[in-house]
Design a protein around this ligand. Structure first.
Ligand SMILES: C[S@@+](CC[C@H](N)C(=O)[O-])C[C@H]1O[C@@H](n2cnc3c(N)ncnc32)[C@H](O)[C@@H]1O
Length: 275
């Protein structure tokens, strides 16, 4: 298991002897107009910092909260993602926003050999690295601190780009999708599991009530952090719906985007290919 810092000159920040993860990356250059952070309108730099703060705050309770918030259903969604992805031992896989490693561990259990987790948040990476040590994984994934909008990987270097529940948090979604295309080899495959939009109106009203009342309450009771879970609910609402997100994937230069709804569209898996 290796731990790398951020940036194209990764070796400068690498500290494999101590196992330390280097400081988080500076925000990539981008437009200066305001963006949404939940219901607030903030500068792009502020959003990157605020999102980092959310996941710093939830890192220790993140896995437990996932189970509580979804009554364990996120496990079935992740299992479906890994089943659809069909990782081969020879695939070079980048798990963007891989956090505490849940998707990476599942892919490795299913036969993946070379998995690099890239996440902007040191606390999430440290929590995940601790989990892999607890599991006794000697050949675990690499843990890399980096931003989805400026990935610290060369062009055409990955066979699979996978991301779960990350992209709704990035400041510039179009930039993150362009990065996905850039790092994939021709023939490489893109997969995204993300919360999405419910197709059944009656369910949507119930789900809204759950998201904006129960979620923040659970966040307060279990993680003593109501605001971060309110942000999560708001970020879910603001993420593009299935058709709009497919159009963005196509716009970024990825080919033949398709999607599969999960639990009536509460979440969806999108996939596409670089040609
Ligand atoms: C909800 S968690 C998902 C973690 C993991 N993929 C899973 O499914 O359990 C979202 C993750 O995305 C990361 N993240 C948010 N914005 C990011 C960005 N711009 N670049 C890279 N990672 C980011 C967060 O730090 C967090 O670890």
């Amino acid at each position: 298991m290796e731990v790398f810092g951020y940036g194209p000159a990764m070796s400068e920040d690498t500290n494999q002897a101590t196992g330390a993860i280097s400081p988080p990356p500076a925000p990539p250059p981008g437009g200066s107009s305001n963006v949404n952070f939940g219901r607030q309108s903030v500068s792009p730099e502020e959003k990157t910092q605020l999102v980092r703060g959310v996941f710093d705050s939830v890192a220790g309770r993140y896995d437990l909260m996932n189970d509580l918030m979804s009554a364990g259903v996120h496990r079935a969604w992740k299992a479906e993602l890994v089943r659809r992805l069909k990782a081969r031992p020879s695939d070079q896989i980048i798990d963007v926003g891989g956090g505490t490693g849940d998707i990476a561990f599942r892919m490795m259990n299913a036969g993946a050999g070379d998995v690099r987790i890239c996440d902007i948040n040191l606390e999430m990476l440290e929590t995940g690295r601790g989990r892999s040590l607890d599991k006794g994984m000697t050949e675990g994934p690499d843990w890399i601190c980096g931003n989805a909008e400026a990935l610290p990987f060369p062009d055409s270097s990955a066979d699979v780009y996978v991301t779960a529940f990350c992209l709704r948090n990035v400041t510039h979604l179009d930039a993150a999708l362009e990065e996905a295309r850039r790092v994939l080899r021709p023939g490489g495959r893109f997969f995204c599991l993300e919360f999405s939009h419910i197709a059944v109106p009656a369910l949507a009203a119930l789900y809204d009530r759950y998201s904006f009342n129960v979620l923040p309450w659970l966040g307060q009771v279990v993680a003593q952090d109501r605001d971060s879970y309110l942000y999560l609910a708001e970020s879910i609402r603001r993420f593009p719906d299935q058709e709009s997100f497919s159009a963005m994937i196509r716009q970024a230069g990825l080919h033949a985007p398709k999607f599969q709804n999960l639990s009536a569209g509460i979440a969806a898996i999108h996939w596409a290919r670089r040609i």
